[in-house]
Write a protein that binds this ligand. Structure first.
Ligand SMILES: Cc1cc2nc3c(=O)[nH]c(=O)nc-3n(C[C@H](O)[C@H](O)[C@H](O)COP(=O)(O)O)c2cc1C
Length: 393
């Protein structure tokens, strides 16, 4: 049995993800029929954010959902209008950033950015819907316009975003294909330094399953060297900003503990849990979708990374486990968050914020609805505001 499944078995309690599907959800389904390519629909998300921001009344999350994240390493705190962040990949081109507050978000993790522009993987389609699991598989391959474009857009948008209590992070990734370890570290450091000047916080994406390279979180010695260099670089930069490492959900228990040790030794601020789950190991997820029905995303038959609801059963127990192991580390929980009650469960388990992306392909107005569900869940548990709420864990 895989260690991933052992983690799943530590999960207790009820998972909340049933919700009423309204007219907007029916229209979303109709939109899918009209625009069948998920990648095209995904590019419309930023346009939707811009339109939502332009059309009054501009909805902002309830002030009881505001949350200031104070980091243990005294990195600059983040002030979020909602604890729900857009996960990396949702806005790869840094477009219409301020508009994401009108969609209900409290932060956007922009990118992932690499040092130069990338087209991503050459084959199409690179995204597939897996509706039986309200999930998705993708193999985008880190398409992005490069750090200079992304950081410039973040620089331009930051003031407007802060006025809306929307924090901006940049997700930094290594450029696939660089073999030499020193050159790889220099590549990531250059991207990191530019991102650091622009963003409120930095995510280091060491877990992309879709580039053809070995993931960095599977190479412990290299990961330790990389994080040491990154954290040394941070000492030379002011002000001190949060640096979080985003890891994979399929690590064995030994590999997870190995990563946690490296991360703790390096003194990073926190973790993003998790990236997509490698589709080639989909059998461990016990999906409703038959493995044979997960479409390959390349001529080699590789299956991309799986995101969405099916991941949640690992996300919650992983947050609980890591909070116990490393109580001081900040945690942004990510993977299958599609209901406001899940947001509260994750915050109660010790997450500082949550991230989501795939739910946007399945629920109309998803984040504003999740904010309302979160408020309802807070009220029913007697919680007045998130800022005054201490996790139950
Ligand atoms: C189409 C797509 C592209 C993604 N691109 C990135 C990326 O560039 N960098 C990254 O760190 N994660 C990326 N992710 C992973 C998400 O940030 C997130 O970790 C994962 O989708 C799980 O969250 P979800 O279940 O809410 O979608 C991507 C996910 C999808 C579906």
């Amino acid at each position: 049995m895989s260690d991933t499944l052992k983690i799943e078995q530590r999960s207790q309690g009820v998972i909340h993800h049933d919700y009423h599907r309204g007219l907007g959800d029916l229209l979303l389904e109709a939109g899918k029929a009209m625009i069948p390519n998920p990648e095209t629909r995904h590019r419309l998300l930023s346009t939707l954010a811009a339109v939502s921001d332009a059309i009054p009344p501009r909805s902002r999350p309830n002030s009881d959902l505001e949350k200031t994240i104070r980091f243990h390493d005294r990195s600059v705190p983040l002030t979020l209008g909602s604890p729900i962040m857009l996960a990396a990949g949702g806005n790869k081109f840094a477009e219409h950033l301020a508009g994401f507050s009108a969609l209900g978000f409290g932060a956007v993790s922009v990118g992932s950015a690499t040092s130069g522009p990338r087209e991503g993987n050459p084959f199409r389609p690179r995204m597939h819907m897996l509706p039986l699991d309200r999930s998705m598989s993708n193999s985008m391959g880190l398409n992005n316009p490069g750090i200079e474009v992304i950081a410039t857009e973040v620089d331009k948008a930051l003031g407007a975003c802060h006025r809306r209590k929307l924090a901006l992070g940049i997700s930094v990734a290594d450029t696939p294909g660089i073999e030499d370890a020193d050159k790889k570290i220099a590549d990531v450091l250059a991207t990191f330094r530019r991102a650091y000047r622009a963003a409120d916080y930095i995510e280091l994406n060491v877990s992309c399953p879709n580039t053809g390279d070995n993931r960095l979180d599977a190479q412990e010695a290299f990961l330790a060297d990389l994080l040491r260099e990154i954290m040394e670089a941070r000492k030379t930069l002011a002000p001190k900003k949060a640096v979080l490492v985003k890891i994979s959900p399929d690590l064995s228990a030994r590999a997870l503990d190995g990563n946690l040790q490296i991360i703790a030794d390096a003194g990073v601020t926190g973790l993003v849990l998790f990236n997509t789950f490698p589709g080639d190991k989909a059998r461990y997820l016990k999906m409703n979708t038959a493995e044979a029905h997960i479409p390959p995303v390349s001529a080699s038959g590789a299956k991309g990374g799986i995101s969405g609801r099916i991941l949640y059963k690992n996300t919650l127990p992983a947050v609980q486990y890591i909070r116990r192991q490393l109580p001081k580390l900040a945690i942004f929980a990510c993977g299958g968050v599609d209901h406001g009650s899940k947001v509260l469960d994750l915050l109660d388990a010790g997450a500082d914020a949550v991230q989501c992306y795939t739910v946007l392909a399945y629920r109309w107005n998803a984040v504003r609805k999740m904010n309302r569900e979160l408020l309802d869940a807070m009220r029913s548990r007697g919680i007045q505001s998130l800022d005054s709420h201490a996790p139950a864990a």
